[in-house]
Design a protein around this ligand. Structure first.
Ligand code: HEC
Ligand code: HEC
Ligand code: HEC
Ligand code: HEC
Length: 182
């Protein structure tokens, strides 16, 4: 029988070293997983989407206009995420047998929208709508960055400072914040 010698790790002996190491590794792994997905740093990667849709390919390489897929951005509070029909408008003809496109058909046939994960967040009490901004010809990239260069969109939590900074620069209304926040 092996003698159980106390080590620098307290009660960890040879016999239970492996399970302890394994547990520790799991804890570290889960911790890192949570960190990547829920911390601001994780936002850098962006959440995995149900279908690996790429803005780089569609808006960048194929130069499909933003408004083709987000048509309401100029005149509604909700820019709109394209419905499956819009994808199939092209993909009934383009790579129709691609496994990810077959997934699109499944959603279409089940009559259920693709559960895209929302990536942009704004504090609930903040009133934002695109119309005024689009109308004054601010480009998408000023707020959303180089979307057309990204495969997966990163999460952004818009902070008040971001709004105020530009409003100050462009001499847009600041009263709203003075009135709503102390
Ligand atoms: C205006 C046409 C058009 C629309 C609309 C469109 N796509 Fe595409 N898509 C393309 C083209 C072109 C390709 C490149 C095909 C190729 O590789 O030959 C492509 C490729 C893809 C691919 C394969 C990428 C890869 O890695 O091989 C996926 C997945 C995809 N699209 C998903 C979507 C989804 C989801 C939508 C709807 C939100 C959509 N597409 C809307 C034109 C379109
Ligand atoms: C072919 C269709 C298509 C085109 C073109 C397109 N988008 Fe998108 N967009 C989508 C889909 C699908 C999603 C949801 C999945 C995702 O987040 O990647 C999305 C999501 C987004 C989001 C994140 C929404 C959120 O909060 O979750 C932003 C911002 C966005 N698009 C901006 C743009 C801009 C800017 C352009 C032009 C440079 C553009 N899109 C072009 C289809 C498109
Ligand atoms: C002045 C800054 C600004 C500009 C310019 C801007 N956006 Fe946005 N966009 C935002 C903010 C802030 C949000 C988050 C709003 C929310 O969650 O209610 C957002 C959200 C979105 C969403 C997700 C909406 C949803 O319902 O989840 C899409 C898609 C989008 N923008 C597309 C675009 C496109 C396309 C353009 C250019 C035509 C554009 N945006 C220009 C600030 C901007
Ligand atoms: C890149 C510059 C820019 C950014 C970033 C920006 N705005 Fe604006 N915003 C403007 C400009 C310019 C106007 C004035 C448009 C006009 O005169 O119609 C405006 C107008 C507005 C208005 C209408 C104000 C009024 O006169 O009634 C609201 C509300 C607003 N923005 C909210 C926001 C919020 C909330 C954010 C942050 C999430 C934001 N904006 C980010 C440039 C910006």
């Amino acid at each position: 029988m092996e003698p159980i010698t106390p080590t620098a790790y307290g009660n960890i002996s040879k016999s239970n070293f492996r399970p302890v190491l394994f547990t520790a590794a799991c804890v570290v792994f889960i911790g890192m997983f949570l960190y990547y997905f829920y911390s601001p740093a994780g936002f850098k990667i962006g959440p995995e989407q149900p279908i690996p849709f790429s803005h780089r390919l569609h808006a960048g390489v194929k130069e499909i206009q933003c408004q083709f897929c987000h048509p309401y951005v100029g005149y509604s509070n909700h820019p709109g995420i394209p419905p499956v029909e819009k994808c199939l408008y092209c993909h009934n003809y383009i790579i129709p047998k691609h496994p990810e496109i077959l997934k699109e058909h499944e959603y279409f046939n089940a009559n259920s929208p693709v559960p895209w994960v929302k990536v942009n967040y704004l504090a609930e009490h903040v009133v934002f709508n695109h119309q005024r901004h689009i109308r004054s010809e601010i480009e998408c990239r000023e707020c959303h960055g180089e979307v057309q260069k990204k495969d997966r969109l990163q999460g952004v939590e818009f902070k008040m400072g971001f709004c105020v900074e530009c409003h100050r620069k462009k001499k847009a209304n600041l009263d709203c914040w003075l009135a709503c926040h102390n």
